[in-house]
Design a protein around this ligand. Structure first.
Ligand SMILES: *[C@@H]1O[C@H](CO)[C@@H](O)[C@H](O)[C@H]1NC(C)=O
Ligand SMILES: *[C@@H]1O[C@H](CO)[C@@H](O)[C@H](O)[C@H]1NC(C)=O
Ligand SMILES: *[C@@H]1O[C@H](CO)[C@@H](O)[C@H](O)[C@H]1NC(C)=O
Length: 253
């Protein structure tokens, strides 16, 4: 009798450990961050606008947000891409639009979501491994555009309601503030991205650009990193799980 009860208890503990490990992994998948404009949960949005349309099968952004992303100084963040007298080239701007589409619409950034203590959002992304070609192309296409800062999250003059260069920050070509692709992609949004050494199509880095006809390649990437991250947790429980299972088998024998 006692033996049976011990066996039941052990079985229960094994189940608990497995459930815990699985849950910590699935909580990183198919989620929207808790920020300013994100939907609570991802879902289909048939009418997503233009550059955000790759996410229409499953998206964290609404149609309205996807339209606003394509405007200059949209109500989303009142952010002015053209903060220097020389306007940002269209070839450069499309990367910024794509970057915001990824940020607002992607349900595959779960493994990199972090809590933050900010007035305008509760969560942010940190060190998302951006495919190296996506970063290189962004940098290449923006080399000839102008800016006055290397971190676009802070230090602006907001007195007129949108960001302007503070008086002490001079406008220079992008390459002055961002000498390398890595400098651009990691510094501009306070390490929201880090440049991956993996390439597009590897399944190991997040693509800002993708052809939705082939599905969303970032789903697999999120699964891989979620597995790796909770794998660390699961590995910790493995010796415990192993000894529990052994005892269980021995008892049941
Ligand atoms: C999106 O919604 C906001 C707030 O409700 C509104 O001000 C804005 O005009 C809308 N944008 C579009 C493109 O419909
Ligand atoms: C901020 O911008 C306003 C209006 O454009 C300007 O009068 C003011 O001097 C600026 N302040 C700083 C610190 O740049
Ligand atoms: C990327 O770097 C990691 C560790 O630095 C290395 O193990 C991996 O092979 C590299 N991947 C590629 C595609 O170069």
């Amino acid at each position: 009798m006692a033996r049976l009860m011990t066996a039941q208890l052990l079985l229960f503990m094994v189940c608990l450990a497995v459930v815990w490990a699985t849950r910590s992994r699935t909580e990183l998948l198919n989620v929207c961050m808790n920020a300013k404009h994100h939907k609570e949960k991802p879902g289909p949005e048939d009418k997503l606008h233009y550059q955000c349309s790759p996410w229409k099968k499953n998206s964290c952004c609404s149609v309205n947000t996807s339209q606003e992303i394509h405007k200059d100084i949209s109500y989303l963040y009142n952010f002015n891409w053209d903060h220097c007298p020389e306007k940002m080239t269209p070839a450069c701007k499309r990367h910024f639009i794509q970057d915001v589409c990824l940020y607002e619409c992607s349900p595959n950034l779960g493994p990199w979501i972090q809590q933050v203590d900010q007035s305008w959002r509760k969560e942010r992304i940190l060190n998302v491994p951006l495919c190296k070609e996506d970063c290189e192309r962004w940098w290449e296409d923006c080399r000839t555009s102008y800016t006055c800062k290397s971190n676009w999250h802070k230090g602006w003059n907001w007195t007129s309601g949108f960001n302007q260069c503070p008086v002490e920050a001079a406008c220079h070509p992008f390459s002055f503030y961002f000498p390398t692709p890595e400098a651009l992609c990691s510094n501009i949004w306070s390490n929201s991205y880090k440049v991956s050494n993996y390439s597009r199509g590897s399944g190991r880095c997040i693509q800002m650009w993708f052809d939705p006809a082939q599905g969303n390649p970032n789903e697999e990437v999120a699964r891989f990193y979620a597995e790796a991250m909770s794998g660390a947790g699961l590995q910790g429980t493995q010796p415990l799980l192993f000894s529990l299972t052994l005892k269980l088998l021995w008892l049941l024998h």
